[in-house]
Design a protein around this ligand. Structure first.
Ligand SMILES: Nc1ncnc2c1ncn2[C@@H]1O[C@H](COP(=O)(O)OP(=O)(O)O)[C@@H](O)[C@H]1O
Ligand SMILES: NC(=O)OP(=O)(O)O
Length: 322
């Protein structure tokens, strides 16, 4: 539930930019390279008079981290297996570090007085969310059917599913984000003009029990958490950057049609037709629709990390508005 915070009068527009976990590549060097390429465009938004809040996915990364611990534990029982909330926290640190470094280096190159801070963020979920019974969030690498079967044999509780025609991936529960635990710190840093990186990987899922927060084994969708973050920070724009230039209808078919500018009504019609991949493009479009509907004038853009500057200028990507 978004709260009723409004930023101080006279403050610049705020833009929440969400970077897709898959768009960040498959390994540390690819991730650093892609962040270095995107950094000037992200900082360009500040140059244009905006404040920026950055969030990011962690699907490939959180799966890789948990798989590494599981494999190490198979070989040497002294190395602990690692639960998903801890793996989510590690992914926030790992990706947050690369973002801080990439943006920080570009800030130094440009000689700007800006500062970047990453917040390890917990996000509250409902422990009775039906999503816990129906895992839909793809994590880890893309696998062949044989590789997925082999991982299943090693880890019998893990579940696997085909992901948007790109191969098989492990899937985990993805409950809806309800509230951002560290929102006060995030707003405080924004009000002090920091570039804030928060809610990485959708935030570490927690629920309240006996007046304490308890981590739970799930991965929240970062587009839905990014939407909540955007409302909670009183943002005007939400930009979701992924690996495709546009949202499409009839995706992957000979009559695929890329969408450039659509209303919420059109987006809802396409959602009802099932035009968007579950666990991939569908949550992005849902997040965009929720944001555009939350207050008149709010706009969401879905585009590619590669063409981030064009998506931000409106010459690439799909714009969703009322
Ligand atoms: N209708 C669609 N239009 C565009 N892309 C789609 C569509 N349906 C599924 N996709 C797939 O969704 C992917 C984006 O989701 P995902 O890879 O989960 O994003 P992220 O970059 O946030 O990790 C695209 O790269 C594309 O392969
Ligand atoms: N947590 C999350 O939504 O990650 P991806 O963007 O990698 O799917």
């Amino acid at each position: 539930m978004a709260s009723d915070y409004t930023k101080a009068p006279g403050k610049p527009d705020r833009i929440v930019v969400a970077l897709g976990g898959n768009a960040l590549g498959d390994n540390p060097s690819e991730q650093m390279e892609r962040i270095d390429v995107a950094a000037p465009a992200l900082l360009g938004l500040i140059e244009l008079g905006n404040e920026i809040v950055i969030t990011h996915g962690n699907g490939p990364q959180v799966g890789m981290i948990q798989k590494s611990f599981a494999t190490a534990n198979d070989i040497n029982r002294e190395i602990p297996a690692m639960d998903l909330p801890e793996c989510g926290a590690m992914s926030q640190g790992y990706i947050g570090y690369h973002l801080q470094k990439g943006l920080g280096n570009e800030i130094r190159r440009q000689g700007k007085p800006w500062h970047v801070a990453t917040i390890v963020t917990e996000v509250e979920v409902d422990k009775n969310d039906p999503a816990f019974e129906n895992p839909t969030k793809p994590i880890g690498q893309f696998l062949t059917k044989e590789q997925a079967d082999a991982q299943k044999a090693e880890n019998p509780t893990w579940q696997f599913m085909e992901d948007s025609g790109r191969g098989y991936r492990r899937v985990v529960a993805s409950p809806a984000p309800k509230s951002i635990v560290e929102i006060g710190s995030i707003r405080h840093l924004l009000d002090e003009e920091y570039i804030v990186i928060a809610c990485g990987g959708g935030g570490i899922p927690v629920y309240e029990q006996d007046n304490a927060l308890v981590g739970v084994g799930a991965v929240i969708d970062k587009d839905l958490a990014g939407e909540l973050l955007a409302e909670d920070c009183d943002a005007e724009k939400l930009i979701l950057l992924t690996a495709v230039d546009h949202v499409a209808i009839n995706f992957g078919k000979p009559d695929q049609q890329d969408l450039e500018d659509i209303t919420v009504e059109e987006a809802e019609k396409y959602l009802a037709e099932g035009q968007f991949g579950k666990g991939s493009m569908e949550p992005k479009v849902k997040a965009a629709v929720k944001f555009a509907k939350s207050r008149p004038g709010r706009v969401a853009i879905i585009g590619s990390l590669e063409k981030a500057p064009e998506a931000m200028k409106g010459t690439s990507g799909t714009r969703i508005h009322m």
